[in-house]
Design a protein around this ligand. Structure first.
Ligand SMILES: *[C@@H]1O[C@H](CO)[C@@H](O)[C@H](O)[C@H]1NC(C)=O
Ligand SMILES: *[C@@H]1O[C@H](CO)[C@@H](O)[C@H](O)[C@H]1NC(C)=O
Ligand SMILES: *[C@@H]1O[C@H](CO)[C@@H](O)[C@H](O)[C@H]1NC(C)=O
Length: 185
């Protein structure tokens, strides 16, 4: 009986201090690990650890091209459970679609030249969250809003690129979406 209190005290340490607790909106699926280093009412700044992605270019930002891009990623990696799905927009005219690849997952050798496995080094990003069914227009709108907030706050950030992140299937009932803009020095 005397052992009990000390056992109870020990329990919280057994989780391991380095274990990262994924946010609720990942809904138990693997998602990239980050730390929030600053937070305002308009945006937060996160530091993401180095992460792996499979990426394919999208010729044009249409639903048709997005579906075709998803099919290319799927044919390389199969279907796996991880979020987010990222649409990367560079200079307002180059687009790509990326799937987060969890650290323990092995992607088979990629033979499709239109798909790349890339390691994104650790990065600071500014993030704005938005709700509702994700769309290209909503992504653009929220990227503009984030841009304005960052200017107002005197932050330095990439003006070339933003990414829209979705954490659930298009057909889900509720949505947590984000826009990401890289911090620059
Ligand atoms: C991209 O989509 C727009 C609108 O649907 C179309 O007018 C344009 O020709 C397309 N461009 C390419 C390269 O497919
Ligand atoms: C977006 O695309 C750029 C250029 O292709 C790349 O350097 C960057 O890592 C991509 N961002 C993400 C989040 O994948
Ligand atoms: C957090 O952001 C606020 C608002 O832009 C800024 O005043 C503050 O210096 C930032 N803190 C850190 C640690 O970056």
């Amino acid at each position: 009986m005397q052992l009990l209190p000390s056992l109870l005290i020990l329990v919280p340490f057994c989780g391991g201090q380095d274990e990262w607790e994924a946010p609720e909106y990942c809904r138990g699926s693997p998602c990239p690990q980050f730390t929030v280093v600053n937070k305002t009412t308009d945006f937060e700044e996160r530091v993401y650890v180095a992460t792996a992605w499979i990426t394919t270019k999208i010729p044009n930002l249409t639903a048709y091209d997005l579906i075709a891009a998803s099919a290319r990623l799927k044919s390389v990696a199969g279907h796996f459970d991880a979020w987010p799905v990222l649409v990367n927009v560079t200079n307002g005219k180059e687009y790509s679609l990326s799937w987060f690849v969890p650290p323990y997952m092995n992607i088979p050798e990629i033979t499709d030249p239109s798909v790349q496995l890339e390691i994104r080094p650790e990065v600071n990003v500014y993030v704005r969250v938005f709700r509702g069914t994700p769309s290209i227009d909503q992504g653009k709108l929220n990227a503009n809003e984030l841009c304005k907030s960052l200017r107002k706050a005197g932050k330095t950030f990439s003006t070339e690129r933003y990414a829209g992140a979705a954490y659930e299937s298009y057909f889900a009932l509720t949505h947590h979406n984000e826009v990401w803009i890289d911090k620059t020095q």
